[in-house]
Design a protein around this ligand. Structure first.
Ligand SMILES: C[S@@+](CC[C@H](N)C(=O)[O-])C[C@H]1O[C@@H](n2cnc3c(N)ncnc32)[C@H](O)[C@@H]1O
Length: 467
């Protein structure tokens, strides 16, 4: 390690910045995010300094030595080489740590790429080797550190004295912080509900102080994992699966997403494929309830969105009946993921003003009793989930209800995954399209004029190329 990270305490600090140009302005803007007072060494107060009000004070260059005497550090942001070296000599004589913009050889320290979340600050440095890389890493950290993590840290700081007084044992105190900062209190803060977070904190402290721990029940998060591409996971889903103690997941959740689950978390497959239930629905409810009652952070991870043909509603009801808090985190439904990947706009001003999601699989097998006449009406898109096995009947019922056999259809299997397959054609040939492309599922059927648009666009491109 050639660089050693350390954070300066800035509340009572004063910082000396040399210069009045763009670099000085940038560094001033950064330092001004703290509570430090800034002494700007320049011949005249630049216009941009007004934005910082009283936080900034102008120092004539001949008085710079005095300002440096008590500075926590100094930044030399001078363009002129000779002036920069003069400032360096002055700062060196006073012994304050020096950063000189764009002059690595004169630096005692470098200024990293900073991620500011209030009381939580992350810094990334590459020793000047690749600042762009440092910025990219910071952007990735941004997605990992929830927006309100600083608020959570501030809440912990406020409660620290009360917790120390109420729980004298250090190990139990650590357990208290683990259970609150990774549990319901943290969730309330992330959900913007600071009032609830305070109440939960007070309740948790009372429980720990009365030695009633182990009796608390964790909330269960029913989380949508999206159609398969891990990049389509929401930030919230990502955070929750990284925090979970136990993850009950469906077959439809892709292996890449399961790889993101915390290493030491329990992963329990409970999913179904084509009606084949690994664990019956009631059994899934019981497992989730039992884990939540053990105080575990439980995630129920489901393909697509939990509330679209996902039985998420039943799971929420079962948890609430058992007195367990249930939160649902939406996911990108396979209907949206598949359509986007295949360039099929599900609604279109000219072609489809209505969009309907239906299941092609009845609870007792076969096709469900759908409003076929309604589904056969023009200017709409029908997306059929779980319809591969019943595609021939679906095609027939729609045609009998009046929909033309020429209506465009698309069949998309494993949408958004590496193994995605797409078949296009007409409604009358739906079963043949499925057979031709050896589609077994999971797959969606998209029926309506919009399903013909990608092919039309392709024809147009070919025609234009030939013209
Ligand atoms: C039980 S439903 C779950 C739907 C899920 N909740 C959603 O919002 O996508 C399962 C059906 O969703 C569809 N499905 C799920 N993931 C898919 C994918 N990646 N590609 C195509 N269809 C998919 C298939 O029709 C599959 O049979």
């Amino acid at each position: 390690m050639r660089l050693f990270p350390a954070f300066f305490q800035m509340d009572d600090a004063h910082i000396v910045i040399f210069g009045d140009g763009t670099n000085a302005e940038r560094k001033t803007r950064l330092v001004a995010k703290t509570r430090a007072r800034i002494f700007l060494v320049a011949h005249a107060r630049p216009d941009w300094a007004d934005a910082f009000g009283d936080q900034i004070q102008l120092v004539e260059p001949e008085h710079a030595a005095g300002a440096l005497e008590t500075a926590r550090f100094t930044i030399i942001a001078l363009e002129d080489e000779a002036e920069a070296h003069r400032a360096y000599d002055l700062a060196r004589a006073s012994g304050v740590p020096i950063n000189a913009v764009d002059r690595k050889a004169l630096c005692d320290f470098t200024i990293p790429s900073i991620l500011d979340r209030g009381d939580v600050v992350a810094a990334v440095a590459t020793g000047g080797a690749a600042p762009v890389l440092a910025k990219d890493i910071r952007s990735r950290l941004e997605t990992l550190l929830p927006e309100r993590i600083g608020t959570l840290a501030a809440l912990a700081e406020r409660w620290r004295p009360a917790v120390k007084e109420a729980i004298s044992d250090e190990t139990r105190r650590r357990h208290f912080w683990e259970s609150t900062l990774r549990g319901a209190v943290a969730e309330a803060v992330h959900a913007n509900n600071d009032e609830l977070a305070e109440t939960l904190m007070a309740e948790a402290l009372a429980r720990f102080a009365a030695d009633l721990t182990g009796t608390e029940t964790g909330p269960v998060h029913i989380v949508g994992a999206g159609p398969g591409d891990p990049e389509l996971l929401t930030l919230k889903a990502f955070r929750l699966i990284q925090q979970a103690d136990v993850v009950y997941h469906d077959k439809l959740v892709s292996a890449e997403i399961m790889d993101m689950v915390r290493r030491d978390a329990e992963r329990v497959p409970v999913g179904k494929s084509k009606g084949e239930h690994l664990v019956p629905q009631d059994g899934i409810h019981e497992l989730m309830i039992a884990s939540a009652r053990e105080g575990k952070r439980v995630v129920r991870l489901k393909g697509g969105d939990p509330f679209i043909f996902g039985r998420g509603g039943e799971e929420v009801e079962a948890l609430r009946e058992a007195g367990i808090e249930a939160h649902v985190v939406p996911g990108i439904s396979s209907a949206l993921g598949c359509a986007a990947n295949a360039n099929i706009p599900l609604t279109h001003r000219d072609h489809a003003q209505t969009l309907t999601f239906v299941t092609g699989h009845a609870q007792k097998g076969g096709v469900p009793d759908l409003d076929w006449a309604g589904l056969a009406k023009p200017h709409q898109t029908v997306v059929v989930f779980m319809g591969v096995g019943t595609s021939a009947i679906i095609s027939e019922k729609l045609r009998k209800a009046g929909l033309s056999g020429d209506t465009p259809v698309a069949v998309i299997e494993n949408g958004t995954r590496k193994s995605e397959k797409r078949g296009f054609g007409q409604l009358a040939k739906l079963p043949q399209i499925i057979e031709e492309h050896s589609i077994k599922g999971p797959a969606l059927l998209i029926i309506g004029d919009v399903a013909g648009l990608p092919a039309e666009a392709q024809d147009r491109i070919i025609a234009e190329a030939l013209a």
